[in-house]
Every structure is written in C-alpha cells, then in structure tokens.
Ligand binder design. Structure first.
Ligand code: TYM
Length: 346
C-alpha cells in the first residue's frame, strides 16, 4: 500500500492557495485511497518556529489548524492526524539526516536563498546580516525530510513551492539507503517519496499575479482565507488584478491574473481551466469574477460552518490530537529502532 504524508504550518488561517494546492487534495486522496493505503497529516509547529512566533498566537493557531483540517473533511478515524511536536522521532531522525546532508545542498534551496536576499544589508548589497538568520531556517528542509521518511511515506501531496524540498528528501533517502544497507535487505530501507501536485499547484496573489498567494504578504486583499465571509470573498475577488485585454482566455504566461481566476474556478468545479475559459469567450472580467465569487463562496460554505462549530468543542480537538500522537508514535518507532541499529548506536 501507499503511505501519504503531508504537513501544514500553524501560522494563521490557511488561504485559498493552501486549500487548492494541498489541503483539498488530502481530502480527495482520503476518499480515493485503497483500504491498505495510509494517510498521515501533521500540523508542523517546529517548522513554524524557524521564524519568530508570538507564544499565544502559535498556541491558538495549532488548535485552529487541527479544527480546519477536520472541518474540510479529514477523518481522524481514517487518517493519522497529529501535531508534529508530539512525536520527537521526527527530531531524532532530522539530526541523523543533518549528519549526512551536504551544506551545499541546503544553500541551493530557493527558500533559503529568498531568506538570504531578504536580509541583505540595505546599504551594502553584498553584506548579509546573518544575525537575522537562524540555523533552524537553514536546516528546515532536513526536518521536512525527516517528517516524511520517519513514516516511510511514498507520496507527498503539496503545492509547487515544496518541490525542491521533496527532491532533497528523495536525495537524502537515497544516501541513507546506501549507508544503512544490510546484506539481508531485499528492498531499500526508505522508499523514495514522490510529490503529488494538483492542477492548482500554484495559486497566485490576487493583487500581484507575478507572485504566489502567501500568508506573509502585508496586503490582506492578496489572499482569501478559509474563514472569510461571503462579503469579504466578493470584495477581494472584485479587486483582483487582471489585465486590460478584451475577453477571457486561459493564458498563464501573458494573462497571469485572468488565468489565476480561471484556475481557481476550475479547481472549484474539478474541471480544466482552458475548458472553463471557453465558456467565457465573448464575456468579460465582470462575468468571470462574479462566477469565481459564487464558486468560492459555495465551496467554503460548509467547511466554514463546520469550523465555527468545532471551535466550540475543544474537548474533541484535544482527543483527536492525543489519539493522533499515539498512532504516529507507534508508526515511527520500529523505523527509528532499525535506523539506530544500522548506524551503530547503542
Ligand atoms: P505551508 O504551511 O507553507 O503550506 C501548506 C501547503 O500549501 C501549499 N501552498 C500552496 N499551494 C498552491 N498555491 C499557493 N499559493 C500555495 N501556498 C502554499 C504548500 O505547498 C503546502 O503544501 N514546508 C511545508 C510544511 C511541511 C511539509 C512537511 C509538507 C513540513 N513538513 C512534510 C509536506 C511534507 C510548508 O511550509 O507548508
């Protein structure tokens, strides 16, 4: 059987990019999985700590993300749903992987390079203010690889921005497999995990279609949150940046803003964006925006109502978290035992 693993950081309410790029696919995979497939989904608090977090906000966000995952349809009886920091096997494996990871590989990570660029000295571009960069940020992708490998996951449903991290994970699994090989093995210790993308693997900012929709952009109108009211959704889509070309066509290179709206609409309908575009030949942006609004409002209606209900049930959320942690630890323990032995640790 397959083992699916994915994670999400507890840094505020997820946006439409998180949902259409990853979370919605988790629910779909849960529906389609074979009985002997395993699905493991994690709220990754340790990753969030690579950037400064407010203690209270982090505490609340962790519970809220769990509630959101339940609200969109993740079934804790079918999946292992847990908080990363409840299973310290991730950290132990991350350390062991750190010891086989060439620093050069981490320096090539685009996420790291973006952080470096952010901390360039404003007066002297060649000077990086390293005091703003912590080691956790540098080795973040190694912890991510550990999350995946500790469960011997085979498939990782994520958005496109995670591709390089999954490739690194595969590389590390391969290095480790060679190092830990035993004559009695007929299969490698770790499967090489594959990323799973959706057609909406990269949802763009509504205000700046040259960048992806992100949690950290200051302009709140650049993203739709899963908790937005229908009025907020309407307002944000109305002010979405498109282009001044007549008519509607799907052309991601020349018309990124318009194509982004078509991608969103197609994802809501589980259809093909180019096909959806054909329905709008002869129509204009106003028609498209009205329909995108209706589709997004409708798609988020039930999850939003379910979230409001679950937020009032902290006892249930705590039970789910506790049971998830137990199942996660049971799953990773045998793998860690083998890894320790193979490395020669007592
Ligand atoms: P995070 O929390 O930033 O995002 C969660 C998921 O949302 C996807 N995503 C997007 N997809 C499409 N368009 C967008 N604009 C967009 N923005 C975000 C992300 O690709 C991700 O799938 N490092 C991970 C968390 C993580 C993880 C793991 C994932 C930790 N360990 C192990 C998979 C396996 C992250 O920061 O996701």
């Amino acid at each position: 059987g397959r083992t699916y693993f994915s994670g999400i950081q507890p840094t505020g309410v997820p946006h439409l990019g998180n949902y259409l790029g990853a979370l919605q696919n988790w629910v779909k995979l849960q529906r389609q999985a074979a009985p002997d497939d395993e699905l493991i989904f994690s709220v990754v608090g340790w990753h969030a700590l690579t950037l400064p977090q407010d203690r209270k906000a982090l505490f609340e966000a962790q519970k809220d993300i769990l509630a959101i995952l339940l609200a969109i349809g993740i079934d804790p009886l079918r999946c292992i749903l847990f908080y990363q920091n409840h299973n310290s096997d991730h950290l132990e494996l991350a350390w062991l992987l750190n010891c086989i990871t060439p620093t050069g590989k981490l320096r090539r990570m685009t996420t790291w390079k973006a952080r470096l660029a952010d901390s360039r000295n404003a007066n002297d571009e060649s000077e990086v203010d390293e005091s703003l960069l912590n080691v956790g940020l540098f080795t973040y992708p190694v912890l991510q690889a550990a999350d995946i490998l500790v469960y011997k996951a085979t498939h990782v449903p994520v958005g496109e921005d995670q591709q390089q991290h999954i490739e690194l994970c595969r590389d590390l699994a391969d290095i480790f497999n060679r190092q830990l090989k035993d004559e009695t093995d007929n299969v490698p210790l770790f499967p090489l995990p594959r990323q799973l993308f959706t057609p909406s693997k990269r949802i763009l900012s509504l205000r700046d279609p040259s960048s992806k929709m992100s949690k950290s952009t200051p302009d709140v109108k650049s993203r739709i949150l899963l908790t937005d009211t229908p009025e907020e959704i309407r307002d944000k889509i109305r002010s979405a940046v498109t282009d001044s070309i007549q008519g509607i066509t799907y052309d991601p290179v020349n018309r990124p803003g318009t194509s982004n709206l078509l991608t969103i609409l197609a994802a809501c309908e589980e259809a093909d964006p180019a096909e959806v575009a054909r329905r709008y030949s002869g129509k204009h942006h106003g028609h498209l925006k009205a329909d995108v609004t209706d589709a997004v409002v409708e798609m988020l209606r039930r999850p939003r109502a379910e979230l409001l209900r679950l937020r009032e049930d902290p006892g249930y959320l705590a039970d789910v978290g506790r049971e998830g942690a137990e199942k996660a630890k049971m799953r990773s323990r045998p793998t860690m035992q083998i890894v320790r032995e193979r490395l020669g640790l007592l």
